[in-house]
Design a protein around this ligand. Structure first.
Ligand code: SF4
Length: 448
C-alpha cells in the first residue's frame, strides 16, 4: 500500500462534484495523490448524494465492499461525506462501524482534522451546521484547467415537497460578492475561460446577505454583471435556477452581458397546476410559459433545458396530459426526465396516492418519446449554421473530439483538437442529444 494515496468516489449532482473538487484539493494539499485502486489507498472517501434514487443502497453497497479491505488493513481510513452523511449522521457508523469519519456538508473544511483525530481517538463525526465556512474557500483539485465551477451559495429557502436539499444543505447562505469575484479573477488569471456559477437555487443569490445599507445588497443580476466584467473569461454559465427567481433584472443582465451564455436550465417539474401546488412550486403553467416567452424575446437563440418528474403522488392521467401539453408548447432543447420515487425525509414520501410503477413507466415512455422528437427537431434547426465551440476533449469512446456551443449543445468533430481551444464549427448533422460538425476557418457569420 502506498502511504499517501486517496480514492474519491462521487455519487451525485454538480454541487456534490464541486465538493469533491474541494475534498481532492484538501487531500492533495496534505501531500496525497489520487488513485483509482482501493487496495492502494490510505484514504477512501465516498461523497454521497441524497437526491439520486437508491442513494442509501449505493452507499451501503460500497461500504460493504470496503469492509474486507479495512479488516486486512486497519490503517485504511474510510470517510463518508456529503448529503447522506448530513441526513443519516450517526446511523452510518451504526450500520457500518468500520467507517472512520462521517463529515456533513457544512463541516467539509474540517476533513483533515477529523482524519487525524480518527487515527488517535477512533471514529469521528462532524455534521454541525457551521455558518462561517464556505467550501469554495478551500483548495480545489479540478479536472480541467480551462473551466471551473464556482459556488455562490449553498442551501435553499424553498420547500419543494419532493426535495431533500433543504434538509441536508440547510437554509440558503450566499457567499460575499467580493469573495466570488476574487476567486473568478484568480481562475481567469490561471487560464480558465468558462465558469459555471453554482447554487442550489442560484438565482436567489444574495437574498440572505446583510449589508450595513440594505439597498446595497448584491443580487444575482448584479453578480452576473460583475462576473461579466472579469478580464479573460469567455463563457459564464449558472445552475440551477428556480423559475420564480428569474426576475426582469436577471433577464436583462443575461441579455446585456456578452459572456453569459445563451442557455438556461429552467426546471418545469410538472405541467399540471394541481401537481405544482402539491409539489409546493410557487408558479403555475401559464406563468411558466409566460417567463419562457419573455426570456426567448430578450435573449434570441437561447436554448432551454428542463427537469420533469413523472408520477408524482396523486398525478392523474389529466395532470400528465397537462405536462405533455406544456412540454409540447415549451419546445425545450433537452429535458432531464425522472420517474418519481419517494425520498425518505421529504414531505412527498408521506403522501398517499403513490402512483403504481407500471403507470409511471408508461407515462415516462410517452414523455421521453415526445421530448426526443422535439430535441431532434431543435437540433435539426442548427444544421448548416456555424458556431463558436469550446473543445472539451475526446468523446467517451475516443472516436471524435467533443466540443460545446454557447447554447450548451454538444458537437462532435472529426478533427483531433486540444481541450480548451475555441474553434468555429459548421453543423453537418443532427441527433437528439448531440450535433456533428466540421471545423471551418475563422471567417463568416457565427450563430449563437
Ligand atoms: S428550489 Fe430546488 S433545491 Fe430548493 S427545495 Fe426546490 S427543488 Fe430543492
Amino acid at each position: 500500500m502506498a502511504a499517501s494515496r486517496y480514492l474519491l468516489r462521487t455519487f451525485g449532482c454538480q454541487m456534490n462534484e464541486h465538493d469533491s473538487e474541494r475534498i481532492g484539493g484538501m487531500l492533495r494539499s496534505d501531500g496525497m495523490t489520487p488513485t483509482g485502486d482501493p487496495s492502494e489507498a490510505r484514504v477512501v472517501v465516498l461523497n454521497t448524494c441524497a437526491i439520486r434514487e437508491n442513494a442509501d443502497n449505493r452507499l451501503y453497497g460500497n461500504l460493504g465492499h470496503l469492509k474486507p479491505l479495512k479488516e486486512r488493513n486497519p490503517d485504511l481510513r474510510v470517510v463518508v461525506a456529503g448529503c447522506l452523511a448530513q441526513k443519516d449522521q450517526g446511523r452510518i457508523q451504526e450500520r457500518a462501524p468500520w467507517v472512520d469519519v462521517v463529515v456533513g456538508t457544512h463541516a467539509l473544511p474540517h476533513l483533515l482534522d477529523l482524519l487525524r483525530l480518527s487515527e488517535t481517538d477512533g471514529p469521528q463525526m462532524d455534521v454541525r451546521e457551521y455558518t462561517d465556512l464556505f467550501p469554495s474557500a478551500l483548495p480545489a483539485a479540478r479536472e480541467d484547467d480551462f473551466r471551473a465551477w464556482v459556488s455562490v451559495s449553498v442551501g435553499c429557502d424553498n420547500a419543494c415537497t419532493f426535495c431533500i436539499v433543504p434538509l441536508v444543505r440547510g437554509a440558503q447562505r450566499s457567499r460575499p460578492l467580493g469573495d466570488i469575484l476574487a476567486e473568478v479573477q484568480g481562475l481567469a488569471r490561471r487560464g480558465v475561460v468558462e465558469i459555471t456559477l453554482l447554487g442550489q437555487n442560484v438565482n436567489a443569490y444574495g437574498r440572505d446577505l446583510t449589508t450595513p445599507d440594505r439597498s446595497g445588497r448584491p443580487l444575482f443580476a448584479d453578480l452576473l454583471r460583475r462576473v461579466n466584467e472579469v478580464e479573460g473569461l469567455r463563457r459564464i454559465r449558472f445552475t440551477s435556477p428556480h423559475p420564480h427567481d428569474f426576475t426582469q433584472d436577471v433577464i436583462a443582465a443575461m441579455a446585456e452581458s456578452e459572456n453569459v451564455c445563451e442557455h438556461i436550465h429552467f426546471p418545469l417539474q410538472s405541467g399540471s397546476d394541481r401537481v405544482l401546488k402539491a409539489m409546493r412550486r410557487s408558479y403555475r403553467r401559464d406563468r411558466y410559459l409566460g417567463w419562457l416567452d419573455r426570456i426567448r424575446k430578450a435573449v434570441p437563440g437561447i436554448a432551454i433545458s428542463t427537469d420533469v418528474i413523472v408520477g408524482f403522488p396523486g398525478e392523474t392521467e389529466g395532470d400528465f396530459a397537462d405536462t405533455l401539453d406544456v412540454v409540447g408548447r415549451a419546445r425545450f432543447e433537452s429535458a432531464y426526465t425522472f420517474q418519481y420515487s419517494a425520498r425518505p425525509g421529504t414531505r412527498a414520501a408521506l403522501f398517499e396516492q403513490q402512483v403504481p410503477q407500471e403507470v409511471v413507466q408508461e407515462r415516462f415512455e410517452r414523455l421521453v418519446a415526445l421530448q426526443e422528437r422535439i430535441s431532434l427537431e431543435r437540433s435539426t434547426e442548427q444544421v448548416g449554421k456555424t458556431f463558436e465551440v469550446l473543445v472539451e476533449g475526446g468523446d467517451r469512446k475516443g472516436r471524435s473530439t467533443q466540443a460545446r456551443t454557447r447554447t450548451n449543445r454538444i458537437v462532435h468533430l472529426r478533427e483531433p483538437l486540444g481541450a480548451g481551444a475555441f474553434v468555429l464549427a459548421r453543423i453537418v448533422s443532427a441527433h437528439p442529444h448531440h450535433l456533428t460538425g466540421e471545423v471551418v476557418p475563422a471567417v463568416g457569420t457565427v450563430a449563437v
